[in-house]
Design a protein. Sequence first.
Lengths: 113, 114
Amino acid sequence: KNQVEQSPQSLIILEGKNCTLQCNYTVSPFSNLRWYKQDTGRGPVSLTIMTFSENTKSNGRYTATLDADTKQSSLHITASQLSDSASYICVVMGNNAGNMLTFGGGTRLMVKP
Amino acid sequence: DVKVTQSSRYLVKRTGEKVFLECVQDMDHENMFWYRQDPGLGLRLIYFSYDVKMKEKGDIPEGYSVSREKKERFSLILESASTNQTSMYLCASTLDTPGNTEAFFGQGTRLTVV
């Protein structure tokens, strides 16, 4: 069964600190992995998308890594800001008809001043 | 700018009412999805459609139906709303090509059934 597991479930950090969120998946066949940021009461917004051949991709203060061999990904947030407080969802797309999405449970990040 | 638009941000309906949630995308995407999102349960797939007039059940289709009469529009229907359908509903769309394909989400509809 396709699964995406994220850790930690929740995280509290001080403003200006760095943090790393983890994502492990068992989706097969694999097409791509993306990280989304979801503010409370809003729809998810894409941060990064990575295919099988990509190891690292950055988007401003967000850097995602992908190890396709171990089926692990991480999202590193540098110099956190209060506006980073949100849920971060790891989503894996399968390489099959309909491009099915498998969602992780998300990590709820709170950045405190 | 790409857009997935859901018809309502907030909706309050009474138990037993028939409820329509509309989703429109302007990217000519083949695939469209309806999810519900509940605390502690993450996003769960209700129905999806990979072509006009085609629909497939997701993980939790009970109590819901869908309609896709046009490529750009995917409607979620609650035939007789119940309080356990109070949730955040998210629509998404993707292209039907593998590889570096983006999935776009609507802004969400928070439905409360009283």
